[in-house]
Structures are given as structure tokens and as C-alpha cells.
Ligand binder design. Structure first.
Ligand code: RB5
Length: 149
């Protein structure tokens, strides 16, 4: 599995702990930056990760900003992306189990390094349940097809 990774200066604090989990799981990482705490614009990194996932160059993505909100909003503007901003283990599990989220978003000013690592592991370990949720995710795709070019 390959995971695309992106963050801004607000999310970079939790990147090392996420990377550690990915490496421990033998996952290939494409890190699109940023790489230091200089102020940058989160949509630039959201776009890189979202395009990699949307185009099949990565299986999934993880994006990090201060809250996880801005970077997830931006990523969700790319067709085929279901980016979920999560704050705890339950939401990290459910976004995969029920929503088939292909990008996990977290906030470096919201969750600790330890929690970010645990959430990453739970998200990786939780498969999409399918069943009744397939129809609902399919309806999200229908909305995309209606409004995206
Ligand atoms: C940057 O200061 C901050 O606005 C950004 O990381 C993110 O929290 C936006 O949603």
C-alpha cells in the first residue's frame, strides 16, 4: 500500500508520529510536504495529496493542518475524494467503516502525537463495511457526478 502525505505548518507537529506508524506497517509513503514550520497555504498540500489519491498514484492519503478542517475542505474539492476530519479513535474508525474515507485529516493543534498515531492505526486497520453503506457512498458519487465537470 502507498499513502500520500501532506501537511501545513499547523499540522507538521504530528507528522513524525504518523510517519512512524506508516513505516511500522510497511507502507510506502509519498510525502508532499511541507517540511518545516514556515507558514504555507494548506490548499496547496491538500491538492497534491488529493490528486495522488484521485489519480490512483496513491491508495489513500493523510493530510494535516492546524484543525484538519481547511485541508479536508480543500481535498474534498477533488473528484473521488472522501476526506474525513477526525478527532478521536471512534471517528477514525467510522470514517473508514461507514464512509470509506480515502483520506484521513487530522489537526496538529487538536490531537496529540500519540492520539494521531493511534488514529492512523485504527483507520488503516478498519475496512469499509460495505452493505447499506455502499449505497450511501454511491449517493455521494452521484452528487459528484451531478456537480463536478
Ligand atoms: C494555519 O494557521 C491554519 O489556519 C491551518 O493550519 C488550518 O487549521 C486551517 O484550517
Amino acid at each position: 500500500m502507498k499513502i500520500a502525505l501532506g501537511c501545513d505548518h499547523g499540522g507538521i507537529a504530528i507528522k513524525p508520529s504518523v510517519v512512524k506508524v506508516l513505516k511500522a506497517n510497511g507502507i510506502e509513503i509519498e510525502d508532499f510536504g511541507c517540511f518545516d514550520t514556515s507558514s504555507v497555504d494548506y490548499p496547496d498540500y491538500a491538492l497534491k495529496v488529493a490528486e495522488a489519491v484521485s489519480q490512483g498514484k496513491a491508495d489513500k492519503g493523510i493530510i494535516l493542518c492546524g484543525t484538519g478542517i481547511g485541508i479536508s475542505i480543500a481535498a474534498n474539492k477533488v473528484k473521488g475524494i472522501r476526506a474525513a476530519v477526525c478527532h478521536d479513535l471512534f471517528t477514525a474508525q467510522m470514517c473508514s467503516q461507514h464512509n470509506d474515507a480515502n483520506i484521513l485529516a487530522m489537526g496538529g493543534r487538536v490531537v496529540s502525537e500519540e492520539l494521531a498515531a493511534q488514529m492512523t492505526q485504527v483507520w488503516l486497520d478498519t475496512p469499509f463495511e460495505g452493505g447499506r453503506h455502499s449505497g450511501r457512498v454511491g449517493k455521494i458519487t452521484q452528487i459528484e457526478n451531478k456537480y463536478f465537470k
